[in-house]
Design a protein around this ligand. Structure first.
Ligand code: GLU
Length: 474
């Protein structure tokens, strides 16, 4: 018999843009499956018809693909356990409510939202955790029929055993135990016929043969309910692992201001997918290797045992670190496509100098817009001198730049040689020599290596800029 392969899934609700916290959940499931040579499934949990939108589903697929995740089964690629949208699986949920009804594990509940709210309030004010009071738990057949005949639509409630507890070994948090008396009978199907989250989520995991579920710790309290449902139906439950949440630096829930925006925002801001993947893979999971790793390498070293128990803190500085690493490693063609997102860049960089420009920029930028600035500085007309650069040029003085213009007649192979000639003629060295030259040639005090800038600038531009500096230095 073939050993059952490990199957994980990401099960987003298409009710908004994908954020970093959920993207990490998706990534961990994909890594876990790839590590074991198993399968990663994408399932769209769109049972909430009011909040679910097709455009969010489309955006989810775009974001996950951009991140480099590949699923073996899903709404777009199909698979043998489809359909992969819960809205298309209604009929199968109904057959399982029938089974539960036949076993006496569910009952119709006619309580109105107002009645439930009142009972909740009463329990809370009595200092008790709110749970269903059991109002409809023991209605007779006649009482049920009478209510149905009067046109009332019931919800379906799962009957939780009075005694005992449901325990499970969480992949991340270890043994978890929930006493049944604390759970309370819960709704699996609303009065309008729509399945509740606990129900469709648990059923689909079982029906799709999911073996491992890694999800946010906000779902921990749902797990005993889901285990009870699956047990009642005699279905195989997956193993669950609940991830600590991703928090902002200060410990509060992650906010947009702290970089916790949507993937779409990060992408539009110019973050490279491999930077985000390398960052997210390490957000709450320890890797021994600190190098930028490809998805397969990240998967090879992924271990549930290496997931931390404490909340992970989103750190923009770390993300920027991986962004620099990604830029360092990306091939020239992709680096150019990425930079060229900056409007006007391709028109500004002469085709013959494109390769040199790409390599010049590689170690000197983290966002496409910076490439646009440097393209203007290098290939544009005389760049404006920033205030600080202007003072540096003025301080160096007219005579210094007169010498630089003479030195240019020597046609030096590169910047180092040119600077050496200027130094020999003026006696100026070190910072006093290099800063005015950089300021005069680029208008800035910092930037890429002058030796690499030199051939891109070309003699004609260099001479014009030195002449301007000489005039300023009067
Ligand atoms: N649709 C649920 C959510 O987006 C899925 C939870 C789970 O992974 O089980 O939170």
């Amino acid at each position: 018999m073939r050993a059952m392969s490990l199957r994980t899934r990401f099960a987003p609700s298409p009710t908004g843009q994908l954020h970093v916290g959920n993207a990490r959940t998706a990534l961990f499931n994909a890594l876990l499956a790839a590590h074991a040579g198993g399968e990663f499934i994408l399932r769209i949990e769109d049972t909430d018809a009011e909040r679910s939108r097709t455009e969010f589903e489309v955006a989810l697929l775009v974001d996950l693909s951009w991140l480099g995740l590949r699923w073996q089964e899903g709404p777009d690629v199909g698979g043998r356990h489809g359909p992969y949208r819960q809205s298309e699986r209604r009929a199968s949920y109904r057959s399982f409510t029938d089974k539960l009804a036949a076993k006496g594990r569910i009952y119709p509940c006619f309580c109105t939202p107002a009645e439930l709210a009142l009972s909740r309030k009463a329990q809370l004010s009595a200092g008790r955790p709110p749970r269903y009071a059991g109002t409809c738990a023991h209605l007779t057949d006649d009482e049920i029929q009478a209510r149905l005949a009067s046109g009332l639509q019931p919800a379906l409630r799962f009957r939780v055993p009075e005694d005992g507890a449901t325990a499970f070994e969480d992949l991340i948090r270890g043994l978890q135990r929930f006493a049944h008396k604390d759970i309370g009978d819960f709704i699996i199907c609303r009065a309008d016929g729509s399945p509740a989250f606990f129900f469709s989520n648990a059923l689909d995991d079982a029906l799709m043969g999911i073996t491992h579920v890694v999800r946010g710790e906000d779902h921990l309290a749902n797990t005993p309910r889901q285990l009870l449902i699956l047990q009642a139906l005699g279905l195989q439950a997956p193993r669950y692992g609940h991830l600590p949440l991703v928090l902002g630096q200060g410990g509060a829930p992650l906010s947009k201001r702290e970089g916790g925006g949507s993937l779409q925002e990060l992408r539009h801001a110019g973050i490279l997918p491999e930077a985000l993947v390398n960052y997210l893979a390490r957000l709450g999971h320890v890797y021994a290797r600190n190098a930028l790793l490809a998805f397969d390498e990240l998967a090879r070293d992924f271990e549930v045992a290496h997931i931390g128990h404490a909340p992970a803190h989103f750190d923009q500085a770390q993300l920027e670190h991986w962004q620099r690493e990604a830029i360092r490693h990306v091939d020239a063609e992709r680096l150019w496509d990425w930079m060229a997102q900056a409007p006007g860049l391709s028109a500004r960089v002469p085709a013959a100098q494109r390769s040199a420009f790409i390599e010049l920029m590689r170690g000197n930028l983290t966002r496409p817009a910076e490439a646009r600035v440097w393209a203007e500085v290098i290939f544009g007309e005389l760049p404006d001198l920033a205030d600080a650069a202007r003072s540096v040029v003025r301080a160096a003085g007219h005579a210094f730049f007169e010498v630089t213009m003479q030195a240019m007649r020597g046609r030096h192979a590169g910047f180092a040689e040119f600077a050496k000639a200027v130094s020999a003629a003026t006696g100026v060295r070190g910072k006093q020599l290099f800063m005015p030259l950089r300021a005069a040639l680029t208008g800035m005090e910092h930037g890429p290596e002058m030796e690499k800038l030199w051939p891109l600038l070309g003699a004609a531009r260099i001479e014009t800029r030195l002449r301007r500096a000489a005039e300023l230095g009067n």
